[in-house]
Design a binder for this molecule. Structure first.
Ligand SMILES: C[S@@+](CC[C@H](N)C(=O)[O-])C[C@H]1O[C@@H](n2cnc3c(N)ncnc32)[C@H](O)[C@@H]1O
Length: 321
């Protein structure tokens, strides 16, 4: 399988998004299986004990320097990991490091009230519950029924006692509970471009620019809802696993212009390399300069391609002057 199997329009757009020196590595990533990483569920398991158990089952895990609960395994060990006792008992969660970093960037703390607005299957919700040491409350919202049940099963299996799951459209939440949450995670539904894999045509066969526009419409509405649900002084993470500027910077650009200085874009310092700042223009349109503080994680090593941006809501939206 070669990269030329991917949609031609997708490949044509990439050089305008990814800087030239990184382009061949990004393109090569579509031919590799996704890296295998996991996070030990510290809500119900001891890290050293899980590692010892895995070693006993012939699985070696390499530590991640920036996170004590997270590890990388060889591609060849993926199947053994999914068959391990620790996995079936909810003591480890298989999750890409970029996804882990996005949830970590929210900075959730014990005792807070947190909203996860697009939550299934729950990888980020579970990390947030662990960061909060099961103290406080997380509202996890998911709109698709089958995915909602998967979310609820994971919440139960992994012992995330502070999570309430809601089967509902996240676009309504901001109006229903305005300025309620200390932090909001919006890991938006997207075209999943960074998960394209040439050996799995299902990963890319539904892609089109029309689909991107459809996703963008929903992402804008979800972000609007997320911002309404956020308390003044609260923090929001917007993330996707897409390269498309329409699903990333352009979604944020609209809200940044609308909210003006009521919103701050928080500078992030990823503890790993191979990142790019958010784009400052797309197809001749200049974007809000604050978007350069967003982070584009390029695929490579154990990292998958990812986009994230951390926002802080400085004032109440009820009293804008
Ligand atoms: C990128 S996935 C979330 C992954 C999850 N955060 C995790 O780390 O496991 C986006 C999710 O949003 C859900 N979704 C789509 N439209 C939605 C809506 N209007 N409101 C809430 N969730 C929605 C999708 O079904 C999907 O489960």
């Amino acid at each position: 399988m070669s990269v030329n199997q991917l949609p031609e329009a997708f490949l044509t757009r990439l050089p305008a998004i990814v800087p030239e020196p990184c382009l061949s590595a990004v393109t090569a990533s579509f031919e590799r299986p996704p890296p295998t990483c996991f996070r030990v569920n510290t809500l119900n398991a001891d890290i050293a004990q899980v590692l010892a158990e895995l070693r006993g089952e012939g699985i070696d895990a390499a530590p991640v320097p920036w996170r004590r609960d997270s590890f990388v395994v060889a591609d060849s060990a993926r199947q053994a990991l999914t068959r391990s006792a620790a996995f079936s008992r909810g003591r480890l969660y298989i999750q890409n490091l970029s996804s882990i970093f996005a949830a970590q960037a929210l900075g959730a703390e014990p005792g807070e009230e947190v909203l996860d607005l697009a939550a299934a299957p729950g990888g980020k919700t579970l990390l947030l519950a662990a960061a909060m040491e099961n103290r406080g409350r997380i509202a996890a919202v998911e709109a698709v029924k089958s995915r909602f049940f998967r979310l609820r099963n994971n919440i139960d299996l992994y012992g995330a006692a502070i999570v309430d799951c809601y089967l509902k459209d996240g676009r309504q939440v901001g109006r229903q509970v305005p300025e309620r949450f200390d932090r909001v995670m919006l890991d938006a539904p997207c075209s999943s471009e960074a998960r394209f894999y040439t050996a799995d045509p299902a990963s890319y066969k539904y892609w089109s620019e029309k689909k991107i526009r459809e996703m963008q419409r929903k992402q804008k509405q979800l972000l609007h809802s997320a911002l309404l649900a956020l308390k003044p002084g609260g923090t929001l993470v917007y993330s996707t696993c897409s390269f498309a500027p329409e699903e990333n910077e352009l979604v944020l650009d609209r809200q940044l212009r609308k909210w003006g200085d009521q919103l701050q874009v928080v500078e992030l310092q990823p503890p790993f390399g191979n990142c790019q700042p958010g784009l400052s223009e797309w197809r001749g349109k200049r974007l809000d300069a604050r978007l350069e503080r967003a982070v584009r994680i390029l695929p490579g090593g154990a990292m998958e391609g990812f986009f994230l941006c951390v926002l802080k809501k400085l004032k109440s939206h009820f009293y804008s002057d």
